[in-house]
Write a protein that binds this ligand. Structure first.
Ligand SMILES: C[S@@+](CC[C@H](N)C(=O)[O-])C[C@H]1O[C@@H](n2cnc3c(N)ncnc32)[C@H](O)[C@@H]1O
Ligand code: SF4
Length: 435
């Protein structure tokens, strides 16, 4: 105890001293914003390049059993004592092909989210279809139920490429799908294209990009192919000597697509995603959560959740998933708890994947300045022409967009690239096959 003679104050420190401020109570007790990802693992064909957890030739009763299990998983989430309550800003139905479910099933799943979580009135509700699964009645019902973003996997407008990659659709299906989606009233519509593919020439690619632009959709995504083990593509390339277009051609395809899209008024929403500001406010709200590593809760087989430093993934087998949910058993497969250093690297790499990271966000999230942690690396990447840095926003340049993989790699440390030990699963690195 300290007695100050001049003021005659008896000072006694009970706790760590701090100051209060007058508070807006609504803001203070506000639930944390989050997003939801729902994995629908059904497809009508397995595309030769695709590695997603999907099941073809599923029967109606299995799909219904899956929907019921999914709803149960959603409804039981709040009983998990670890997580705070969330307010949902974006829900993404991905797959697989969610469009293979009935409208009634998709709406029932959405309703389960609304009954379980506080879903913001203006939340983005996004869904993926392949062109053949688009039907007018279905798109009408989804629009009326509050779905706001529609994405169709076109991949290519070339009939031969569609056939050779085992896509479930042809050109006619694309036309019909686009008309139906428009008629329903959807404006935030995205189409996916993919390059390079076996047999894809720069001319065929340019034609597809131009046709996608002619559709006047809000968003166009031009995915660079990833080749994963256990896909037909991997097998053909590694064992049968099939060849992808040369790396120089691939680069030319990317640059031509960026150029055509930008000339048509599109701007980047991620390294591969473009949106047209006159047709949509943003590229995809959910993907902001996903890439900027804001809270994302995953439901369904193989879904991933990333909630602060908690990262976990569900099992991939559909029947096992249904059985476990019905038996009230956990469906978690593997998980990890990121260290602060891993979280920091993840935020930088994934943020740059959207195109930019902000120094003030970094400081408020980690309590340390980005320059203190990464100053040297950022300066080097700037000098090499990959990034710009205006003191607040660090942004990928065109070169950075084109060689984005080379940018992420600079943030990796030894532990990121170390092979998985016994009992571990390596996650997040795809194999790039170069000529
Ligand atoms: C879940 S799918 C979209 C919906 C639907 N299943 C479809 O394919 O039409 C999401 C997108 O991932 C992309 N994709 C699939 N496999 C890929 C790969 N190996 N590399 C890069 N993108 C891939 C495709 O462009 C596809 O449209
Ligand atoms: S690309 Fe789409 S339709 Fe093809 S297998 Fe993958 S998820 Fe299914």
């Amino acid at each position: 105890m300290n007695i100050q003679k001049d003021k005659y104050i008896r000072r006694n420190i009970h706790t760590y001293p701090f100051n209060y401020t007058y508070t807006d109570f609504e803001g203070f007790f506000r639930k944390e914003d989050a997003s939801i990802y729902i994995h629908i693992p059904f497809c009508s064909t397995k595309c030769h390049f695709c590695d997603y957890t999907v099941m073809v030739n599923s029967k109606e009763d299995l799909r219904e059993a899956y929907v019921q299990a999914l709803i149960r998983e959603i409804e039981t989430f709040p009983s998990n004592p670890v997580f705070p309550k969330f307010r949902i800003e974006a829900i993404y139905f991905g797959g697989g092909t969610p469009g293979l479910l009935t409208a009634e099933q998709l709406i029932r799943i959405l309703q389960a989210c609304r009954d379980t979580f506080e879903v913001a009135p203006d939340a983005e509700i996004a869904v993926e279809f392949d062109p053949r699964s688009v039907e007018q009645d279905k798109t009408n019902a989804l629009f009326d139920a509050g779905f706001t973003r529609f994405s169709i996997g076109i991949q290519s407008f070339d009939e031969a490429i569609l056939k050779e990659t085992n896509r479930p659709h042809n050109r006619h299906d694309i036309d019909q799908a686009v008309t139906a989606i428009r008629n329903s009233g959807f404006t935030h519509v995205n189409v996916d294209l993919i390059y390079p593919l076996i047999g894809l020439t720069p001319e065929i690619w340019e034609d597809s990009v131009k046709r996608a632009i002619d559709l006047e959709m809000a968003c166009i995504t031009v995915y660079p192919l990833e080749v994963w083990e256990n896909t037909a593509y991997h097998n053909w390339i590694m064992k049968k000597g099939q060849k992808l277009p040369l790396i120089e051609e691939e680069k030319a395809m990317a640059l031509r697509a960026f150029e055509l899209l930008e000339d048509a008024g599109y701007v980047t929403g991620s390294t591969s995603g473009y949106f047209h500001p006159a047709r949509a406010e943003n590229y995809c709200r959910f993907l902001d959560y996903y890439w900027r590593t804001w809270p994302m809760i995953g439901f369904g087989v193989s879904s991933k959740s990333a909630i602060h430093q908690f990262m976990y993934t569900n099992i991939t087998n559909v029947r096992q998933y249904i059985d476990r949910i019905n038996a009230d058993e956990p469906v978690l497969d593997f998980s990890t708890h990121l260290s602060k250093e891993q979280e920091i690297r993840r935020v930088m790499i994934r943020g740059l994947k959207v195109g930019d990271v902000y120094k003030s966000d970094f400081r408020s999230r980690f309590g340390v300045s980005m320059d203190l942690v990464y100053g040297e690396l950022l300066r080097a990447l700037q000098d090499e022409g990959y990034l710009t840095d205006d003191g607040e926003q660090v942004r990928l340049t065109r070169k950075g967009q084109l060689y984005s993989n080379a940018v992420w790699e600079r943030f990796y440390v030894e532990e990121d690239l170390a092979p998985a030990k016994t009992g571990e699963v390596k996650f997040g690195l795809s194999e790039l096959i170069l000529d």
